[in-house]
Design a protein around this ligand. Structure first.
Ligand SMILES: CC(=O)[C@@H](O)[C@H](O)COP(=O)(O)O
Length: 257
C-alpha cells in the first residue's frame, strides 16, 4: 500500500479531472482506472459546461478522495489563497501545490513553490508540491515540511514522457523513503510503466486519459501499466549489459547414439 500523509491507498494512479468531453466520460474513466484519488482545480473550466458547485458535487459522488490543486496560480499569495479556498470547499488539508513560473512551458516557479509550501505546511496543510526533478529544490521542499514530492517528467500536457530519466533516477536514489509521484507529461502507458520501473511510488496524469479517443479504456490501460511497472520494480529488474549471455547454458556436446 502507498502511504500518503498517513492515508493508505492501493491504487498508484492519481487522475486529473480536467478536459474530459463530458462528466459521464470522466466518471467512467475514474471507475475504470480504479483510482482512489482525483485532483480537482478550484479554477477549473468545467467538463460539459458544469462549473463550480455542480461539478464539485459530481466529484463527491464518485466516492474517491479529492486532492484539490492550485492549477493556474502564478504567485505565492494566489496559490496560498486558492489552497485556503480549496480547504473550505473540499474539507481536506491535502493540497496539490502548483505555482507556475513560465507561460510557455508551464514550468513550476520553484522559488515561489518552496515559499508557498512553507506557509501552507505551517498552517496545517499536507502539501503535494508539483516540482521539477531538481535535487536542491526537493531538499528545500522537504525542509519546508513536504512529506510527498511530485516531480515532473515533462511539461504539463505535452505527453512527451520521461525527458530526463537520469534526473528521475537520481531523485529516487536521494530520497529513498519519501513517497515520490511523477506528475505531468506522461503520454502513454509505457511512459507510466517506465517511471514505475525506476522505483517511483505513483503517477499523476490527466491529459493522456482525458484526450484519448476512449478515455475509459485508456484509464484502464494506464492502471495496468502502473501495476506492471511496480511489480517489475519489486521483482528486481536486470541491468542492461554490453555482452551477450546465452539464455540456455549448455554442458558439453549433444551425443547421438
Ligand atoms: C491535472 C493536473 O494536476 C495537471 O496539472 C497535471 O500536472 C497533469 O499533467 P498532464 O496533463 O500532463 O498529465
Amino acid at each position: 500500500m502507498l502511504d500518503l500523509y498517513g492515508v493508505k491507498v492501493a491504487s498508484r494512479l492519481l487522475l486529473g479531472t480536467a478536459r474530459y468531453p463530458s462528466p459521464s466520460v470522466l466518471a467512467e474513466a475514474v471507475k475504470r482506472s480504479a483510482t482512489e484519488i482525483v485532483t480537482v482545480s478550484l479554477r477549473r473550466e468545467a467538463a460539459g459546461g458544469r462549473s463550480g458547485g455542480a461539478f464539485f458535487e459530481m466529484i463527491r459522488q464518485l466516492g474517491v478522495r479529492v486532492l484539490p490543486n492550485t492549477a493556474g496560480c502564478h504567485g505565492v499569495s494566489e496559490a496560498v489563497l486558492t489552497a485556503k479556498m480549496a480547504r473550505e470547499v473540499f474539507q481536506t488539508n491535502w493540497i496539490k501545490l502548483e505555482v507556475i513560473g513560465n507561460h510557455d512551458t508551464l514550468q513550476p516557479d520553484v522559488f515561489a513553490l518552496v515559499e508557498a509550501a512553507r506557509i501552507l505546511t505551517s498552517e496545517g496543510f499536507e502539501v503535494f508540491p508539483y516540482t521539477t526533478d531538481d535535487l536542491v529544490v526537493a531538499e528545500r521542499l522537504m525542509e519546508a515540511g513536504c512529506k510527498v514530492l511530485m516531480p515532473w517528467c515533462a511539461p504539463i500536457g505535452t505527453a512527451a514522457g520521461p525527458l530526463n530519466p537520469s534526473a528521475l533516477r537520481s531523485i529516487r536514489a536521494h530520497f529513498p523513503e519519501m513517497p515520490l509521484i511523477v506528475d505531468a507529461g506522461i503520454g502513454r502507458p509505457s511512459h507510466a510503466a517506465t517511471v514505475m520501473e525506476l522505483g517511483f511510488d505513483a503517477v499523476l496524469l490527466n491529459t493522456a486519459v482525458a484526450g484519448a479517443r476512449d478515455p475509459g479504456i485508456m484509464a484502464e490501460a494506464f492502471a495496468g501499466a502502473i501495476d506492471a511497472g511496480r511489480q517489475a520494480f519489486n521483482a528486481g529488474l536486470l541491468e542492461p549489459r554490453d555482452m551477450a549471455v546465452p539464455s540456455t547454458p549448455v554442458i558439453g556436446k549433444a551425443v547421438f547414439a
